[in-house]
Ligand binder design. Sequence first.
Ligand SMILES: NC(=O)c1ccc[n+]([C@@H]2O[C@H](COP(=O)([O-])OP(=O)(O)OC[C@H]3O[C@@H](n4cnc5c(N)ncnc54)[C@H](OP(=O)(O)O)[C@@H]3O)[C@@H](O)[C@H]2O)c1
Length: 305
Amino acid sequence: MGSKVLNVKFTNGKEMPMVGLGTYARQADPGQFRQAVEWGIEAGYRHIDTASCYKNEEEVGEGINNKINDGLVTRDQLFVTTKVWNDCHAEEQVVPALKESLARLKLDYVDLYLVHWPFSANGKGEDLGIDYLETWKGMEQVVKLGLAKSIGVSNFNEEQLERLLNNSTIKPVVNQFEINPTLTQHKLVDFCKKHSVVPVAYTPLGLISEARPEFAGKDAIKTDPKFGALAEKYGKTRAQIALRYLVQRGIPVIPKSFTKSRIAENLNLFDFELSDSEMALVDSFNIDHRCVPATPFKALKNYPF
Ligand SMILES: NC(=O)c1ccc[n+]([C@@H]2O[C@H](COP(=O)([O-])OP(=O)(O)OC[C@H]3O[C@@H](n4cnc5c(N)ncnc54)[C@H](OP(=O)(O)O)[C@@H]3O)[C@@H](O)[C@H]2O)c1
């Protein structure tokens, strides 16, 4: 197993492990989320990412609580994130939405609560037209009530993040968005860093992992010999090179896996370092390709992409 996972520090003094376990899956067998979380904690993950819309908070919470009850970890050694969904964006809906998430997770607080998307929409995908600045007032309440230690956003573009930073009392500590070697996002990452907002990479494996037919022909990174040689040089996989590249840019990553060996593999990133030219090589695979374009939401006013 690689050396210890590093932490990143927020402006509010709280710390978050640089590698977390993602838990989104389109399909899962009963018990699969719980099992992944248990394997994750056993492998050394101390950071778990979920969301109310993943419909897995019960199982994720079960996995967490099982490992706490086993005595393997204490609650304060774990960093748990969940997110408020698009249909709970009115100011007065945010606190109840988090209380419901906490009841499903069987936890007293989360470490980080995120606004999942900058737009609001009902279950039919119709625009509710609620300004995220209003949602944010509810987010500030959850901190005051001790239900979340920190708050942040997800999928906010530069303009939306700037407007929020200029119109908030408690500042977002995180913006979670898609970043990987084929969507390197230098501009938004630099903007976040300049404003002390930690950019967190979702879908960090990008086209290395996905085999969706719509991406056929774009995933040269899976077979490119130069990328393969880089992985071989360090005795790592292509996935580990992609994750190391992000971590080395100062970007925390939250890879998801249901596979025990990959869960361990994705954490094992801290016993090697890419040189400047190797970082540039990984960077050269950028094609600004989004695995998560959220196209069903494209017509909404605050669609960010
Ligand atoms: N805020 C948002 O809007 C948002 C959007 C998307 C994702 N997220 C979060 O980010 C997390 C990660 O994103 P993601 O799940 O979309 O993508 P990802 O973590 O980049 O990729 C997951 C896929 O890669 C496979 N995989 C995992 N480790 C691998 C390895 N070492 N080698 C090869 N394949 C590997 C997994 O397969 P197996 O499971 O079969 O091993 C799974 O199919 C999510 O789970 C979720 O928590 C947030």
